[in-house]
Design a protein around this ligand. Sequence first.
Ligand code: PEP
Length: 248
Amino acid sequence: MRKKIVAGNWKMNLSSSDSIELFEGIQREAEPISGVDLVVFPGFLSLSLLVERSGILVLGAQNAYPGHSGAFTGEVSLAQLKDLGINHLIIGHSERRMLFHETNAFVHEKVTAALDLGFTIFFCCGEPLDIRSANQEGDYVLEQLKSGLWHLNETQMAQVVIAYEPVWAIGTGQTATIEQAESMHAFIRNQLKIHFGPEVADQTSILYGGSCNPSNAKELFACPNVDGGLIGGAALNKDSFIQIAQSF
Ligand code: PEP
């Protein structure tokens, strides 16, 4: 049975003390939910403060540089994160792709390096609005999957979670409809089946991201191919994150 996951991407929000308060509040109040993994991705500066506090909440990093060490001013390496005890990583988020010009080739490099070091990766894919308007979202997402994941083997794929995040739905309050979400998730799973076979397709968790909140999580998570969510804005509030986590 593939995992159900609710993950919170805190992005560049919250001071260290606010991060600790939110993290501890969620851990205190969220009952372990059978079969649902809870993961949060705080900012780098808070990670080292939270790692000792980790219980039912798993910690991950929002980004990392694929090199081991060296002259990469301002970057944080995968090895440094590992050393801290971090094993989960977001790769290919649309904000990294668009605002920081991360190409499919760079995303590919990060995926390979992260899996080599044993990370579980949350691989983000999703189309911008103009691609959706031109009905080309399938080709667009397939290209991201091909360049980011198609070089992996079945063992490596066991360390991959896919997050489908239509760019036009991120932080906009405009959630994909249930039909749009389920149809793209089914498409992604079918592509996994064609490329890797039925077992990988069946075992890979595919999360939805894009203005997911306590009022729409239940119906999104009820879709047969939606295995949870990668949550941005609504993950910054303890109660809404917990409510989303309880929406299966
Ligand atoms: C995200 O950025 O991963 C995201 C899903 O954001 P939001 O929930 O705020 O749309």
